[in-house]
Design a protein around this ligand. Sequence first.
Ligand SMILES: Nc1ncnc2c1ncn2[C@@H]1O[C@H](COP(=O)(O)OP(=O)(O)OP(=O)(O)O)[C@@H](O)[C@H]1O
Ligand SMILES: [Mg+2]
Length: 252
Amino acid sequence: MRSMTYLLSIKNLKVSYSNIEVLKGINLDVKKGEKVVIIGPSGSGKSTLLKAIDGLVKINEGEIIFDGVKVNNENIIKVRSEIGFVFQNYTLFPHFTLLKNVMFPLQEVKKLSKEKSEKIANEALESVGLLEKAQSYPFEVSGGQRQRAAIARALALNPKLLLLDEPTSALDPEFVGEVLEILEEIAKKGITMIVVTHEVDFAEDVATNVVFIDGGEIIEMGPPSEVLVSPRSERLKKFLSRIIRKRLVYSK
Ligand SMILES: Nc1ncnc2c1ncn2[C@@H]1O[C@H](COP(=O)(O)OP(=O)(O)OP(=O)(O)O)[C@@H](O)[C@H]1O
Ligand SMILES: [Mg+2]
């Protein structure tokens, strides 16, 4: 079966919000271990695509096959437990320590014991360099550290697929580097990742494939050396010159 060779296979995916179609037939295959970077203008449907993969929005048409199984209402909870999702605005519980934040889904979703959860959570925090902050509350740490804790929380579940929606865009510029470094380390360990980000250097270093979405459609897709270096469409050329110009302004 062809789809078995992919961890994720999206076929003709269409999603609408109150009759406005925002994904207009997305086809995307992701093999195990691949790192896909999604770029595209604001409102083009990037977050909606990640949400659809995680079963958080209703699909109008098309299908998603995850790990060889067509996702449906019956198996979505199981599928979701195998996908880690890091949202754009870190969503830690403010009244829990970082340790408790990472433990929570292990206890509630994976139904692991407190002891087991604590052990795994500590390891996950260590892997993002936050062991010494385990007992701190989110308001007591930096934005970069909060986002690293959110990444630890997703990783602790040992997901087959890790989705990250603009993991650095809400951060002050001085914290962007540390989060990208952690993501690069995680990527090297072999996990399959789909990352929405406009960090071009990260995409060049880490991505196996770059996907450019505009107006709810995939306009171009391929290795970073093609998509980022020699874009074919006018839309992508314009988009890239815009984000690269922005980067130059920031680094001044
Ligand atoms: N819950 C919702 N209800 C109605 N419309 C929505 C909803 N979420 C998103 N939209 C609309 O769907 C379109 C795609 O939104 P989406 O959040 O996927 O874009 P995006 O590419 O992630 O943008 P950004 O770069 O700004 O995060 C936009 O026009 C947006 O306004
Ligand atoms: Mg978005």
